[in-house]
Each structure stands twice: as structure tokens, then as C-alpha cells.
Design a protein around this ligand. Structure first.
Ligand code: NAP
Length: 246
């Protein structure tokens, strides 16, 4: 049976590489993208590479678009095996000589905007896709979080992360970690596995390509958790080297 995966924000960066790797593993990939002009060519590129890839219009902040995507998946496939909540943004405040604004100079609107995509978008997509995941023999949800969302690492002044005190982004990923645990708890008596991952610092548009890992390297942990078997973990947070502290 060919498994079906939906990847939100699948048109570029880590999401695109996730779709590419899942496609190479024989999974039928639905490339979620909010704009057809970016999603169609991404899916076409994956098809040239031999993947079974289809563009699905999906803005994670648009409830009608989420409903429409679910109806289409239901009609075409009747189920969803893998949901990768990858779409994400980082709202930066401050620029130039001032650098990134500290929390005390960050408008609430910036935090709210970041939460709309990275947290509320994930909840909205998950709730609408869950009936389709329940129809799969082994549903898996992977939430693409970040080490910057780890309160343990932040509180310990982790040397890699200490200088990156981005209130909108970091707290949105902390919330996403909480969301991951909440769904894993609700679904622990079902076959559905729910995990969070951190791709590490990857060179993508999100950070002006300053990351030291490639998007393909970042995608690997997502793919690993997307393809776990019935004995795989649920309610965990994983990076390239294994479990990450919450
Ligand atoms: P990216 O290249 O900027 O890609 C982000 C993707 O999310 C794009 O496809 C974008 O679509 C999509 N997106 C944004 N808002 C959306 C919305 N409302 N609805 C649907 N799609 C939306 O960034 P990336 O680095 O690959 O990020 C992917 C994920 O990895 C994010 O969750 C990010 O927080 C996480 N992450 C990245 C890093 C890193 O170092 N890069 C580290 C840790 C975690 P458009 O093309 O339409 O904008």
C-alpha cells in the first residue's frame, strides 16, 4: 500500500526536501503550498526526480483552504498516513544597527503574527486532517519545531542558542512543543504517533541562508519520524542526534 503524506510549506526549504526524501522512499507526497505559482513547480520538479508528487493548495492560516484540502484528500485517497506540519515563519522586529529587538521592545502584534502560522495554523490543520489520519493503519504527525523552542536549552543559556532571543519565533516553537505533547496524550491509545523535530540551523529563506546545515540535512529527522513503525515513539522531541530536551 502506497502511503500518502501531506507536507505543509512543501514548496521550498526544508519542507521541499522533506517531500523529496519521502517521495524517494516511495511515499505519495502532497506538496502543500499557499500559492499555486510556487507549489505547482515544486511538485513538478519532484515528479521529474521520479516522485509521485501533487500540489495541494493550503494556507495554514486559512480555514476554508484547510477544509478544501481535506475534502480533496478524502475524495482522492480516503485517508492520510503522514501529516508534516512544516510551514513556519519567523517574524523579525528591529533591523540595521539595532539588530533584532529584545523582548521588551517587541510588539504583541509580532508575536501574534508568528503564533498564527507556527501554532494556530498547526492546530487548525491537525484538527481538520485528524479524521483522515484516523482512517490510516498507522497515522503519523510530525511537527517541525526548533531547538530555539526548548525552554530547557534556553534556561541553561545553551551556547549555540543563547544569542538568538527571538520572542515571536522562539515562544511560538515552545508553544508548538506543548501542542505536540497535548495531541500525543489525546491519541496515545490510537495507532497515531505525534512527535516534534528540530532540523538544526539550516540555510533557507527563513534565516537569509545563514544556517550551516543544508535543507536536505534538516529534512532527515522529519523523514525519520514520518516513517516510524508501530513501535516508534510518540510525544517526543528529536533532532539529528536523537532526543532533544523540551
Ligand atoms: P522557508 O524556506 O522559509 O520555508 C517555509 C515554508 O513555509 C515555505 O514553503 C512557506 O511558503 C511556508 N509557509 C509560510 N507561511 C505559510 C502559510 N501561512 N501557509 C502555508 N505555508 C506557509 O523556511 P524553512 O527553514 O524551510 O522552515 C521550515 C520549517 O522548519 C519551519 O517550521 C521553521 O520554523 C523550521 N525550522 C527551520 C530552521 C532553519 O534553520 N531553517 C531551524 C529550525 C526550525 P511560501 O513560499 O509561500 O512563503
Amino acid at each position: 500500500m502506497t502511503e500518502i503524506a501531506l507536507i505543509t510549506g512543501g514548496n521550498k526549504g526544508i519542507g521541499f526536501e522533506t517531500a523529496r526524501q519521502l517521495g524517494a522512499a516511495g511515499v505519495r507526497v502532497l506538496v502543500g503550498a499557499r500559492a499555486a505559482e510556487r507549489g505547482e513547480p515544486a511538485a513538478a520538479t519532484l515528479r521529474v526526480d521520479g516522485a509521485d508528487a501533487t500540489f495541494v493548495r493550503l494556507d495554514v492560516t486559512d480555514e476554508d483552504a484547510i477544509e478544501a484540502a481535506a475534502k480533496r484528500i478524502e475524495a482522492e485517497f480516503g485517508r492520510l498516513d503522514i501529516l508534516v506540519n512544516n510551514a513556519g515563519i519567523s517574524v523579525y522586529v528591529g533591523s540595521g544597527a539595532d539588530g533584532v529587538a529584545p523582548p521588551s521592545r517587541t510588539p504583541v502584534a509580532a508575536v501574534r503574527e508568528n503564533f498564527e502560522t507556527n501554532v494556530f495554523g498547526v492546530i487548525a490543520v491537525t484538527n481538520v486532517m485528524l479524521p483522515l489520519l484516523r482512517k490510516a493503519p498507522l497515522g503519523r504527525i510530525v511537527n517541525v519545531s526548533s531547538g530555539l523552542g526548548s525552554v530547557t536549552l534556553a534556561a541553561a543559556d545553551d551556547p549555540l542558542l543563547a544569542g538568538i532571543n527571538l520572542l515571536p519565533y522562539n515562544t511560538s516553537k515552545t508553544a508548538l512543543n506543548g501542542v505536540t505533547i497535548a495531541y500525543a496524550r489525546e491519541l496515545r491509545d490510537t495507532p497515531i504517533k505525534v512527535n516534534a523535530v528540530t532540523p538544526g540551523y539550516c540555510a533557507t529563506d527563513l534565516n537569509g541562508h545563514t544556517g550551516f546545515r543544508t535543507a536536505a540535512e534538516g529534512a532527515e529527522v522529519t523523514v525519520r519520524l514520518a516513517l516510524i513503525g508501530p513501535d516508534g515513539p510518540t510525544g517526543g522531541f528529536f533532532g539529528a542526534d536523537g532526543p532533544v530536551p523540551w
